[in-house]
Each structure stands twice: as C-alpha cells, then as structure tokens.
Design a protein around this ligand. Structure first.
Ligand code: SF4
Length: 689
C-alpha cells in the first residue's frame, strides 16, 4: 500500500560477494531487509544470483562484534573505542620505533571499498613508512595479473561482460563459473543459446558449465600451459595465425616461436591426457573463429605455474588476433567483490595506485607532493612473505582487515602458528573469526550496507554503494577506523566523507584521473582507465596495448609441472573451490539461516570408481590426510569428479576441518600465490559413521 511504501527506504548498493559486481536497490525498513531488486545494474541488468538476492542477513547476525576487544591473557575483554584505538596507535608506534617500519605490515580487505583499501596502503606507506602491504589477490588472481602485465600491459579483463557475451567462442579454463560467478555464467549461457556461441570448458571437474559445454576436455591437473602453448605453435605452423595483427600490433614473434619449438601436439596429448586430434580440431576452430574469449580462475592460477599459464593464455589470443574488439579477449574472473579494486588501490607490496611501481620517479613525485613523503623504492612483503616473516620472528606487528586468512591461506596450521608469533596483531572484522583468536586487539568494522564508497568489479567497472542503514551500534565504517588511528599516530588525515578520499585517489592515479563521486551518481559507472574529462574505457587495446610503443609482447613463458603429484603414500589429488551458496570460508554465508540450512557443511566429493574401490558409501565419514594436516568430512559420491581426484569446498563450518589444513607451502614461483590445487592426500575410511 502507499502508506507502507512511505516507510520503505530504497537504496542503491553493489553486491558484496563476487567480482561480477551486480548492483541493485535494497528495500529496507529500519534494519530489516525486505527485498533486493535488480534492474538498472550496468553489469547485471535484471539478473542476480542466490547470494545477491538472499545473502544479506549476515549484517543482522547476533554474532556481529559490537565493541572493540582487547586481549588479556587467554581471554578478551570489551573496551571503548578510545581505549582500543589509543592502544593500536601506541603499539604500532612503539614497534616502529623499536624495530623499524619494516617490522610492521598491513593487509587490506577485498570486501572493503576502494577508499578503504587506499587508506590501508596510505597507513603503511605514509604513516608507518613500509611497503609491507598486500591484499587477498595474492591468493587468487595475482598470477593472471602477472601474465597480463607481461603480454598486454593492464592487469584486468580486456573488455566488459557485454563484450564477453558477444564472443563466437568462449573458453573457460579452471573456472567453475556457474557457482563462482553466476551472473557471468548466465551471460555465457545466453550467448551459447541465443547467438550460437561455442562454449569450450577445460577442467578436471565436471561442473555445470562443463556439462553445458559444446566441448568439455579434462586435462591432467596443472597441465593447461602445455595444451595452450601447443595450440599456439600448431596455429603458427599451419599458417592459421592472424599475421596482420601480429605484424602490426605485436612484438617478439621470433623469440616466442623459438621458445615453443618443443610443444608439439603429440607432447601436449601425452602430458594432458587429451587426445591429439581433439586438441588439433579445437586449435583449428580457435584460429577460424571470428572472436574468442578466455575466462579463467583458480584452476589456472593456484598452481606452481599459474603466472606462466596465464601468460600462455594471452600468447594464444595474441597469435590469433583476439584483442582490441568486442567479442574477444582475456577475462580472469575476479573472486571477491572488490579484489580488483584492492589491487587497483595499491594495496600491493611493489605498486601504488593504478599499478604505478613504487620505484617509478613520476609516481614518487606525485606522491611526494600529495603526501609529503618519499615512497620507498624497494618491494615490501606480500601476504605469503608476511606469514614467513612472522614465523621467523622478523615481522612483529600485523593489522589485518576483513579476511579469514588463517583458513583461506594455504597450510592453515602453519599460518596459525605464525600469527601466534606476532608481538602485536590487530584484526578488524565483523565477527569473532578463527583468525581473530590470535589477535591482541579486535576492531568491529562495518559491512558494505552500512557505509558509502566504491567497488571495482572484474570488468574494471567502478560503482558507488550508498549507505543502506547506519553502522550497527558499537561498530564503525572501516575508513573511519584507519583515520582515527592515523590521527593518533600524528598524521594529518581529515576526510569528512569517502568522496574526499576518491578525490585524492584521482589526483594520484592516472588511470583514475577522471573518477569522481558525481560521475558515479546512482547506477552510473566508469571502467578504468578514466581520462580527466571522464571518458572511460570499457574495451581495452582498441588501438594500442599498454606499453610505451603501444605493441603487445609475445612472452616466452616456461612450463612448470606440478610438484605434488600423487605418490604411493598420498595417492589422491585434492582439488578445492567454491560452492554457489557459500562465499569463501563461509563466515558471512553460514550466518544466513536460509543458506546455512540448505548447505550446512563441507564434504568431500569422491568419484564412483574411487568410492567402490575403497568401499565408501555416500554419507560415510572419511579422514583426508596430507603432509600438512588432516580433516574429517562426509563423503559425497558423484560423477563430477573422476578417478583419484577428490574435491572439497573451501567453506567449512568447523575451522578444524577446513580444507586448507591440507594444502601446503608450494607456490606460484613469480607471485608467491599458494599452489592450493597442487596438493596430494590419502584417505582413511572411518568406521565411526
Ligand atoms: Fe553477487 Fe556475484 Fe551473485 Fe552478482 S553474481 S549477485 S555479484 S554473488
């Protein structure tokens, strides 16, 4: 009724879950979320998924922290904001003075806004004086960014979701798109159905997109580099490459060709286990297709050779001229809602905002003028190195916002032991998380619905979110927390609103030069790079690649086979990933009663052949044991996995049985991204179930 409508507030927001960046109107009455309505979102239109539609009640969970907590021995006591902020400022200052700035580190949250990620790196670089700052893209797409920096120049999707949908062929590699990026999956399905686009899926697991694919190929784990590179060679050898494109827009062809000489299709077939004629047929189809896009995710990047395989993807698309027009290009699908933004904002150990290197003299001059400090030119510690430095005792203080690192980083038992070593550990989050158990001070931050700011989605699209409801009593927006500590450490920070922070970002960052809150009003959005006059760039590389000479580079990459192939003792390969209903470790989604009821806990998927061989029945409990730890899970027997592959979702209600108790310390060699997917385990059948 009209009377009821009067009390309903409708506020535009951007989804807080995955990197698709769906935006909608949230209907609320006080703190009650009545409805989430999509409609005008530039990324999603009328679409949304179950998380965006029903996944918001975590903001009203009775488990929200509503007061800062300070450790006293083995317990925590409630404290006033004043006391907690003063303690954080005092301890950070003491540790900085006692051990030097590099004994401290900051980790930004990819769930927080751009403005907040910016303040995290400003706290590290201006107030503390260290480059020890990172974000969780270290655990996901850093290898993709590395592959793109080497070949085409920008660390992001080359086009928009709209451009992807215009492709004639869409290849998904190691991406469970239907569960991890549901609205992009909808677009891909639509392209397949309405436009006749061909969907090709390379994966070790037969997920929904694999079942829908026109061609589904199951390579041996960690071998994607080989078939990608063999296809490039085959296409070049057969004279099927886009020679005009290569001549006009690409450097390094001769060196590249020499580097891939040994990647024959026969070798690719042997290494991947895929039939040679299937690979050759697909290579010819790729070469003949008017537009090919490649989407990839953790199946590619969370491997020892994640950066090299990402490079191989870009190489194949350069050889076939698939850049610079709609309906083709690279789409590394971003995990968190704002993981793109956290990196864009310079929460990285070697780059400030807009991927300017810390040792770039032009960037240093911009920052010196704005902040009054000289940027340190050497690289700081990334997340993985921070854990190592804490284990060694050289990292003394860490301030971590909004990430459940003890369960999402690889080798959880090791991470927890390292955190236990810190002299001072600040955790800023919504709940008392598993990671918070190791903190000295816990600060209650705010979820996206309670603050203003911007997020940047996987297509480099910057969008505003508006405050739907005031911060829960006792909590503060994260940007206010950083500012309050910075002021107590003597910094001259006086932001009245996140838009002030964005104005500063625009002054410091060429690719954000024209970004302002006015230009992002309502459902407005801009895809970076954004020129000073506000012109944005939905489609990259139309005329030039992001290098001084405007040309792309074919980069001779190197194959790195997996290091933990199953052996006699650990005879199964462990794969892990997301589920549709849950987000990451599940801290938010387990607090939504409807979701938790539908999907109450983690499990392990076993192939029917493995289950028969080991006499495991569906629902029985098993123990998985690796070199790093052991967990207990319910078995689900399913054809989604085959042979000696087992799959465990990354969400777990019980921290003791989280999948990363099993993963180890091997990493992508170029970015230190843990090689989660390169893990072997053995299985013990439990008789108590
Ligand atoms: Fe949110 Fe991603 Fe679902 Fe869109 S697809 S509603 S951004 S979780």
């Amino acid at each position: 009724s009209a009377a009821r409508e009067r009390y309903i507030k409708k506020t535009k927001t951007v989804c807080t879950y995955c990197g698709v960046g769906c935006s909608f109107e949230v209907w609320t009455k006080d703190r009650h979320i009545l409805k989430v309505e999509p409609g005008q979102g530039p990324a999603n239109g009328i679409s949304t998924c179950v998380k965006g539609k029903f996944g918001w009640d975590y903001v009203n969970s009775g488990e929200r922290l509503t007061s800062p907590l300070i450790r006293e021995g083995e317990r925590f006591r409630e404290a006033s904001w004043d006391e907690a902020l003063a303690l954080v400022a005092r301890r950070l200052t003491e540790i900085k003075e006692g051990y030097g700035p590099d004994a401290l580190a900051m980790i930004a949250s990819s769930k927080c806004t751009n403005e907040e990620a910016f303040l995290v790196q400003k706290m590290a670089r201006q107030v503390i004086g260290t480059n020890n700052v990172d974000n969780c893209s270290r655990y996901c797409q850093s290898p993709a960014t590395m592959g793109l920096f080497r070949t085409v120049g920008h660390g992001g999707d080359s086009g928009t979701i709209y451009d992807l949908e215009q492709s004639d062929m869409i290849i998904g590699i190691g991406t469970n798109t239907a569960e991890s990026h549901p609205v992009i999956a909808t677009r891909i399905k639509r392209a397949q159905k309405l436009r006749g686009a061909k969907l090709v899926v390379f994966d070790i697991r037969e997920h929904e997109m694999a079942r829908r694919a026109d061609t589904f190929l199951r390579p041996h784990p960690g071998t994607d580099f080989v078939w990608l590179t063999a296809m490039s060679k085959y296409i070049l050898d057969q004279g099927l490459a886009d020679h005009d494109f290569l001549r006009e827009r690409v450097n390094g062809l001769d060196e590249y060709r020499a580097s891939i000489e040994s990647y024959t299709m026969a070798y690719a077939a042997e290494e991947t286990g895929i039939a040679q004629d299937a690979l050759e047929k697909l290579a010819r189809e790729i070469a003949a297709s008017p537009g090919v896009s490649v989407c990839w995710a953790m199946g590619v990047t969370q491997q020892c050779g994640g950066s090299e395989t990402s490079t191989a993807i870009a190489n194949l698309l350069l050889v076939t001229g698939n850049f610079g027009k709609t309906g083709c290009g690279v789409y590394p699908l971003r995990g968190h809602n704002n993981v793109q933004g956290a990196s864009d904002m310079g929460a990285m150990p070697d780059r400030v905002t807009g991927y300017q290197k810390v040792d770039d003299p032009l960037a240093a001059e911009r920052y010196r003028r704005e902040w009054g400090v000289t940027l340190r030119p050497e690289r700081g510690l990334d997340n993985t190195q921070m854990v190592e430095a804490a284990a060694r005792g050289t990292l003394k203080a860490l301030w971590l916002t909004g990430e459940e690192m003890s369960l999402t980083d690889s080798d959880s038992n090791h991470v927890e032991a390292s955190y236990g070593n810190l002299e001072f550990f600040v955790v800023q989050d919504l709940y008392f998380t598993n990671t918070a158990r190791y903190a000295d001070v816990i600060l209650p931050g705010s979820p996206s619905l309670e603050k203003e700011g911007t997020f940047t989605n996987t297509e480099r699209r910057i969008q505003r979110l508006y405050q739907v409801m005031p911060p829960l009593r006792g909590t503060k927006p994260d940007w206010e927390i950083y500012q309050a500590v910075a002021q107590r450490m003597g910094a001259d920070w006086n932001y009245a609103h996140p838009s002030d922070i964005m104005d500063e970002i625009a002054r410091l960052t060429p690719i954000f030069a024209g970004v302002s809150y006015e230009r992002l009003e309502g459902f407005g959005s801009l895809c970076w790079p954004v020129a000073e006059d506000g012109t944005d760039t939905p489609l990259l590389y139309r005329d030039r690649f992001h290098f001084p000479d405007g040309k792309a580079r074919l980069y001779p990459a190197e194959y790195q086979p997996r290091v933990k192939a199953p052996n006699a003792e650990y005879d199964l390969h462990l794969n892990s990933g997301r589920m549709l209903e849950h987000f990451h470790e599940g801290n938010m989604t387990f607090r939504i009663p409807g979701v938790a009821g539908k999907s109450p806990d983690a499990f392990v998927e076993l192939s029917p052949e493995l289950a028969a061989e080991r006499r495991v029945t569906d629902g029985q409990y098993v123990r998985l044991v690796s070199e790093s730890g052991a967990i207990r899970l319910r078995a689900v027997v399913t054809g989604r996995v085959s042979g000696n592959e087992v799959f465990v979702p990354m969400n777990s209600r019980d921290a003791a049985d989280a999948v990363n108790r099993l993963t180890g310390q091997n990493k992508d060699t170029l970015t230190n991204t843990p090689a989660y997917k390169d893990t072997r385990v053995r299985m013990e059948v439990l008789s108590d179930s």
